[in-house]
Design a protein. Structure first.
Length: 359
């Protein structure tokens, strides 16, 4: 989940998609709730938001749309080095912070779980692979996540790959060629869904290449929405679009991989097209802006808390009422923490780096 906020200064001269901004935060919160729920209810058929993980595919599709919208007409003028610097400055400060928080949570777990890896050299290797986005699936106690210290970094890894491929290859291709590539990516995604029985892959060593399939289709589909101007005008507004997005995450898990394919292949691109063509009321624009601002910090800082919740849950086995209170309170606290991270870390660091390296 890592699309650049559409309302950045350099894009103010273009049309502003407030509703899409707002949906980023909705999707980020859905992922946080899903991660809490998958720990409390390992049986996904009992999880009311069992398809919350598809928010990552929504992010990938939105990323393709935003990249094409923001850079198709100006990448050549700004140059590759300026583009890569801009993307690193936008994305990497929170990658580093996520790795730091993950390391601290691993070493100082408040519920008494000792680190499975105690050798200082191995821990440093875990940390440096985390902050430099080098997949390193060696932590058995963390299900061999590609990034054991901060699991969501797996999607950032593929976002970086997509950005590089976009700048070097995709931007030079005509839209009909992109369409053909998208169709091949769709076929690949269908194979992955049928073979694995779900699209919940890409995050560990065993399903690494499933992440490539997920971003390949959705990123290209997002680009095509912009390239073919597939924007659908509607009066749904932010509230209506939020309801439609949440429907995708609330689809029962028992509906299986075919339902997931329909959501990713057709429904999410439709939502991007509708969201791009929907106007937001003045009263909700501030909410959409706030939602966009906290979405990436929330995504990149919440998972250390998930590991602590897992250890707490398995040790104390709390009742349903306690779990419900923890999840609700946890989401609120994590959103507030994401706001503080955005305000006092992410924005100041990006401003400094922009002045230091982009002038």
């Amino acid at each position: 989940m890592t699309t650049e906020t559409i309302s950045t200064t350099k894009l103010q001269s273009k049309h502003h998609f407030s509703t899409l901004d707002g949906l980023r935060g909705v999707a980020a919160i859905a992922i946080v709730v899903f991660h809490f729920m998958e720990i409390a209810y390992s049986d996904f058929t009992k999880n009311f938001i069992a398809h919350g993980f598809l928010a990552v595919d929504f992010f990938f599709c939105l990323s393709g749309f935003v990249m094409a919208y923001a850079y198709d007409d100006r990448l050549q003028g700004m140059g590759l080095m300026a583009f890569f610097k801009a993307r690193i400055i936008r994305l990497h400060p929170l990658v580093v912070l996520g790795g730091v928080l993950g390391l601290l949570a691993y070493l100082f777990d408040p519920f008494g779980v000792e680190p499975g890896i105690k050798h200082a050299g191995k821990i440093l290797t875990l940390f440096f692979t985390a902050i430099f986005l080098i997949p390193y699936p060696v932590m058995e106690e963390r299900f061999f996540n590609l990034f054991g210290l901060n699991a969501p970094s797996w999607s950032l890894f593929w976002e970086y790959v997509a950005n590089i491929v976009y700048a070097l290859v995709l931007i030079r291709l005509r839209r009909n060629v992109i369409l053909v590539l998208c169709l091949f990516a769709a076929a690949w995604l269908m194979y992955v869904a049928q073979h694995s029985g779900s699209l919940l892959g890409g995050w560990n060593g065993d399903n690494f290449w499933e992440g490539a399939a997920r971003i390949s289709y959705s990123f290209l589909a997002g680009m095509l929405i912009f390239r073919f101007n597939l924007i659908i005008r509607s009066g749904l507004g932010f509230a209506g679009m939020t309801a439609l997005l949440l429907l995708a995450f609330l689809v029962p898990f028992a509906w299986g991989w075919k339902a997931e394919l329909v959501i990713v292949l057709l429904y999410f691109p439709l939502l991007i097209a509708l969201g791009a063509g929907t106007t937001t009321s003045a009263a909700l624009k501030k909410l959409c802006s706030f939602s966009a601002d906290i979405s990436y910090p929330l995504y990149m800082t919440h998972y250390p808390v998930m590991w602590m919740f897992l250890y707490y849950f398995t040790t104390y086995k709390p009742d349903v009422t306690t779990v419900t209170a923890i999840i609700i309170g946890g989401v609120v606290v994590l959103v507030l923490f994401a706001y503080l991270v955005m305000r006092f870390y992410d924005l100041p660091v990006r401003r400094y780096l922009s002045k230091r390296f982009r002038n």
